[in-house]
Design a protein around this ligand. Structure first.
Ligand SMILES: [Zn+2]
Length: 236
């Protein structure tokens, strides 16, 4: 008798558990989680790009400063040459060598600056793309969140009703038996199995005749030696 009630109770208990599991697997929920992860990734990408740009800007400013300084050196060197033209061919050679070196260095800096500006443009474009993508996803996320919140609220109410019903059914069961059911459920669910063809229908182990006798006598609760489920003889 007790086991009939427990079996009935298990049906509503399993139904509520199943519903809760379904809630967790909701398509909207899964999609929201994915979008949330995507937005987090984009934030991390943005942060990295911002750091890169900061480093690049510092470097750009430093190279620019150095180029400016060399321009000044070059200007004063030209002025010097105009005011005091070199007297000997050796001096001419020496001065033009110095000017050539300066111009070489300046041209190298200019190339580097150009490359850095191009890199900065690329990163700028990447940032814009990320912003657009993230904004689009955020919009979708917010809309989906609204739908999901509604779904979640309804499902939660439904689950609460199911759980309340389960609690009510639980009151019909002897507390010791219910405690046993719950402890088995910790490691094995559903925690009861019907006896079918002298087998435990939870793990399909054939039961020894002594166990079968025990079950049929109905004197005590018998658990499956193999899976630990409470064996239930529905008389089928
Ligand atoms: Zn079993």
């Amino acid at each position: 008798m007790q086991l009939d009630t427990l079996w009935q109770f298990m049906q509503v208990d399993m139904e509520a558990d199943g519903f809760e599991a379904k809630m967790r697997q909701s398509a909207n929920r899964q999609k929201l989680l994915k979008q949330r992860d995507f937005l987090r990734d984009q934030q991390a990408n943005m942060k990295k790009l911002e750091n890169d740009v900061t480093v690049m800007q510092d470097r750009l400013a430093a190279v620019q400063d150095e180029a400016d300084r060399l321009e000044k050196v070059l200007a004063s060197l030209s002025e010097e040459l105009e005011n005091n033209p070199p007297a000997t061919p050796e001096d001419v050679q020496k001065q033009s060598e110095a000017v050539r070196k300066l111009l070489d260095t300046l041209s190298r800096y200019e190339q580097e600056l150009q490359k850095m500006r191009k890199d900065a443009d690329t990163k700028d474009r990447q940032q814009k793309e990320i912003r657009v993508r993230a904004a689009k996803t955020k919009l979708e996320f917010d809309q989906l969140k609204l739908a999901y919140d509604k779904e979640f609220k309804e499902d939660t109410a439904k689950l609460q009703a199911m759980r309340a019903n389960t609690e009510q059914e639980a009151r019909k069961i002897e507390p010791k038996l219910l405690a046993k059911y719950r402890s088995i459920k910790q490691h094995c669910t559903p925690p009861m199995a019907k006896l079918i063809n002298n087998q435990c229908s939870g793990c399909f182990m054939s039961l020894p005749s002594a166990t079968l006798l025990d079950i049929r006598s109905g004197d005590r609760i018998v658990e499956c030696d193999n899976c630990g489920r409470i064996l239930y003889d529905a008389g089928e």
